[in-house]
Design a binder for this molecule. Structure first.
Ligand SMILES: CC(C)(COP(=O)(O)OP(=O)(O)OC[C@H]1O[C@@H](n2cnc3c(N)ncnc32)[C@H](O)[C@@H]1OP(=O)(O)O)[C@@H](O)C(=O)NCCC(=O)NCCS
Length: 343
């Protein structure tokens, strides 16, 4: 019987999707806890203690939507990675605050940055949207269908926040972040990803009016139904449970003990949720990316903005666990080995 030699029997390496660049954008205007305390019945001490947030950025300016921030992040990403607009062959945008119901914000961003004639579409999975979009992008790379994919998460949360509701208005901010995804040259990249949802969570976190179920009318506006409706305590419980659960599942599937995880990259909704997730994973807080104090919850923007902030500290081969939770409910996680040295 013919025997294959060791060399000929070795399987070709599977193509892995790697993050090869990251860039972020936050608008100039900084809304501090002190300013919020003049708008609603709250204090800097309450917000800091209960959420960890000190300030958040707000997009001002007529006619500017999520696409504006997304385009800024993508422009910076293309420049930084030395990528020409014509080299990008897919752009996926995660957003819960699209400029319009249609066309997609991805479509608008492409036009703004001069990317033409490629596939572009939005992904809507609330605060897990960025990880959903990244997971989809990885499939296009792994099958060889695309070589350079831009994934952008952008949200102008201030457009759907009721600034008379102290329980929600202190939490959110505006911002965007973008990553480049390419086939890996050295085996680093997205090694595992999980996306999950449970529609029974809808009542706890949603926007009541403005969609096809309850189109906008004078009455819906008067009743302030176009704003985020959130039952904070319920959402909190699910967020902690699901973020920890998906992170631990990824650790188990990939035989990662806590000492082998270099960074947790969590969605930034509340510092206490982040701390509880890290604790359940057995990770100390100095291995957790935290940006909530300065950006608040930017929904699809939190994970790429965190990568952007910590990029200089990342080293090739670092093991990262991403975890997110959002309205829907949705949750998602990924295990990534970082592809390049940050400094
Ligand atoms: C919203 C959240 C910060 C509230 O914190 P909490 O410790 O759970 O507070 P509670 O909701 O139990 O409210 C406690 C009290 O604080 C009050 N409160 C709420 N917001 C306040 C504010 N900004 N300032 C002062 N008091 C406030 C409430 O009215 C309540 O008062 P009451 O007891 O007199 O009714 C917290 O529940 C949370 O972070 N939830 C998850 C949010 C989230 O992750 N959302 C996005 C998912 S992607």
């Amino acid at each position: 019987m013919a025997r294959t030699s060791k060399t000929t029997a070795s399987k070709p390496k599977a193509i892995r999707a790697a993050i090869t660049g990251v860039h972020g954008h936050v608008p100039d205007y900084v809304l501090t806890n002190a300013e919020l305390a003049q708008m609603v019945d709250t204090t800097d001490a309450w917000i800091t203690e209960r959420t960890g947030i000190k300030e958040r950025h707000i997009l001002k300016g007529k006619g500017l939507g999520s696409s504006h921030m997304g385009a800024q992040a993508v422009r910076g990403l293309l420049e930084k990675t030395g990528t020409l607009a014509k080299e990008v062959d897919l752009l996926i945008c995660a957003t819960t605050t699209p400029d319009f119901v249609f066309p997609s914000t991805a479509n608008l961003i492409c036009d703004m940055v001069g990317i033409r004639n490629i596939g572009s579409f939005d992904v809507q999975a609330a605060c897990s949207g960025f990880l959903y979009a990244m997971t989809i992008a990885a499939q296009f790379i792994e099958t060889g269908a695309a070589k350079k994919i831009v994934v952008v998460g952008t949200d102008k949360m201030s457009s759907i926040i009721d600034y008379t509701d102290r329980a929600t208005c202190v939490l959110f901010g505006d911002g965007a972040g973008a990553i480049m995804i390419e086939p890996s040259r050295d085996g680093h990249g997205i090694r595992d990803a999980l996306i999950r949802s449970d529609g029974a969570g809808m009542p706890h976190l949603h926007q009541k009016a403005g969609g096809s179920r309850m189109p906008p009318t004078i009455e819906t506006v008067e009743k302030r139904l176009h704003y985020v409706h959130q039952e904070g305590a319920q959402v909190y419980k699910f967020a902690v449970a699901r973020m920890a659960e998906i992170s631990l599942e990824l650790m188990l599937r990939n035989k990662l003990t806590p000492d082998k995880v270099d960074w947790l990259v969590p969605h930034q909704a509340n510092r206490r949720i982040i701390e509880a997730t890290a604790e359940r994973m057995g990770l100390p807080m100095d291995r957790v990316m935290v940006t909530i104090h300065k950006y608040g919850n930017t929904t699809a923007g939190t994970i790429p903005l965190s990568l952007w902030d910590y990029e200089q500290r990342l080293k090739q081969g670092d093991r990262l666990i991403f975890a997110a939770f959002g309205g829907g409910f949705t949750w998602a996680g990924a295990y990534v080995t970082w592809a390049y040295d940050g400094s």
